[in-house]
Design a protein around this ligand. Sequence first.
Ligand SMILES: CC(C)(COP(=O)(O)OP(=O)(O)OC[C@H]1O[C@@H](n2cnc3c(N)ncnc32)[C@H](O)[C@@H]1OP(=O)(O)O)[C@@H](O)C(=O)NCCC(=O)NCCS
Length: 379
Amino acid sequence: MTAEVGFSRGLEGVIAAESALTYIDGQQGILAYLGIPIEELTEHSSFEETAFLLLYQKLPKRTELADFKQELLRHRTLPEAVLDVLKRLPRKTAPMALLRTAVSVLGHFDPSPDDVSTATLQAKALKLIVQMATLTAVIGRWRKGLEPIVPNSDLSHAANFLYMLTGRKPTDEAARVFDVALILHADHEFPASTFASSVVASTLSDIYSSVCAALGALKGPLHGGANEQVIKMIAAIGDPARAEPYIKEKLTRKEIIMGFGHRQYKTYDPRARILKHYSEKLAQQAQDPCFFQIEEIVEKTVIEALGSRGIFPNVDFYSGTVYHYLGIEPELYTPIFAISRIVGWAAHMIEYLKENRIFRPTTRYIGPPLGHYTPIEQR
Ligand SMILES: CC(C)(COP(=O)(O)OP(=O)(O)OC[C@H]1O[C@@H](n2cnc3c(N)ncnc32)[C@H](O)[C@@H]1OP(=O)(O)O)[C@@H](O)C(=O)NCCC(=O)NCCS
């Protein structure tokens, strides 16, 4: 029997690993990657540079960044066989499920999937960052019966994703906003998906299995799936005048309001603050303020009711409106979360494996006392 070190439902407050990657102060609303506040990264960095920062734990020099971007460009095209598998799946399958299957298939094209040395994992992660973006764009088009678009090597990672999804080169402003959203989702310490991928990695399994586990965890509506639910709720409200009564009714019925609350933040999620700014900007540019106005009322109503209990908007509340104003359909919001968070999943795996110890917690036994097997005729 193992000595009991305490029990916390949902592992709340349990420190499961040491990490130098992401710092969260949930009381002050601070988030930083390698000590750099996300406000500075979204102002000055790019998704590519942020991915390098997390994977290599340092900001790249100019040549390192150029080489990293070149490597990303090199992998934008997918193996034909992956596309063939996708085409055989039911078109109505949820995009997150398609992405999970496709990542699993990608593993079959890696000649050394079980090599988990740091440099190899960094290279595999880089490839997955690109290929998951291409896959998501392909899935977005395939669901509508549209052919994949050949990647454009003149475009940044963010701009190329929007291009591969829509077939149109995005404006600089749209590409920049999407880049910011990718930076903001790149890592977040040890949420369910990152923990899931780290648990799998700690058995020395391959990165594809780890990422599939992470995708499964992210898909759930209590985690990454919340952004899709938020935008569906905003669309269901439909009119700013209906927002307050709609939310009050939900709260009276003790229903959870998607896009609010967080295990770590007991104040405004700093990512939501940045995304709110861009939502407002895009709403003004589109001259279509309806969704943003509804969100502001929803936010005010929830904070009035639950703010004193530390419930505020989280990242998923305003990311949906950003994607909505960029013309992206709700079913792709969680895969878009994944194409950024793959960076964090991989970075944590690489970091954890340097001093690996298999994750193996225990349960507190609450079953019957030790007894004996009852033969079937005596039951
Ligand atoms: C994120 C979340 C899963 C965190 O869960 P947690 O740390 O286990 O917190 P709990 O679910 O225990 O919540 C604590 C209390 O606040 C309430 N609460 C938490 N989030 C709430 C929300 N979004 N709407 C209404 N009430 C909420 C809970 O009902 C609970 O109330 P109780 O103490 O009366 O039972 C939770 O806040 C939630 O379900 N949010 C909505 C889904 C979402 O947006 N997820 C994305 C997270 S980035």
